[in-house]
Design a protein around this ligand. Structure first.
Ligand code: THU
Length: 136
């Protein structure tokens, strides 16, 4: 398990890689998987605003690309003061791949941090049971 201070330091470094010329808000995310791998992502905005991608989506995409699909911890840090929590859409993306007790850790710039399970952040999240999937 990578320790939180090492992940926090890497996230602070990665904030400068965010592509956020429109909002000016830089976000970096790390996703830890059950296999111990940690992948990183930043937000990538676009002049066609709705096409912008959250940092969580970038990090989750990197995890899945590497073959990791069970997330144990998700770390988020931003250029804003205070603690920031994933947007609703990203909560659903995390929920989809969350291991049991998957935790979201919000890291502030002053060394402050907050922790919430994904079930606290997204109670009654949307999930399709295998029996509900249509196969053709
Ligand atoms: N953003 C994220 O990267 N993650 C979130 O959970 C919330 C918002 C990004 C999207 C946009 O590039 C910027 O923050 C301002 O909304």
């Amino acid at each position: 398990m990578t320790d939180t201070p090492a992940i926090a330091a890497e996230l602070r470094r990665l904030l400068r890689h965010a592509h956020a010329p429109y909002s000016g808000v830089h976000v970096a995310c790390a996703v830890e998987s059950e296999d111990g791998r940690v992948t990183y992502g930043v937000n990538v905005e676009n002049a066609a605003y709705p096409l912008g991608q959250c940092a969580e989506a970038s990090a989750i995409g990197a995890a899945v690309t590497g073959g990791s699909t069970k997330l144990t911890r998700v770390f988020v840090t931003t250029s804003l003061p205070g603690l920031v929590w994933p947007c609703g859409g990203c909560r659903q993306k995390i929920f989809e791949l969350a291991a049991e007790w998957c935790e979201v850790v919000s890291l502030g710039s002053e060394g402050d941090e907050g922790r919430q399970t994904i079930d606290q952040l997204l109670p009654l999240g949307f999930r399709l049971a295998p029996a509900q999937l249509r196969r053709s």
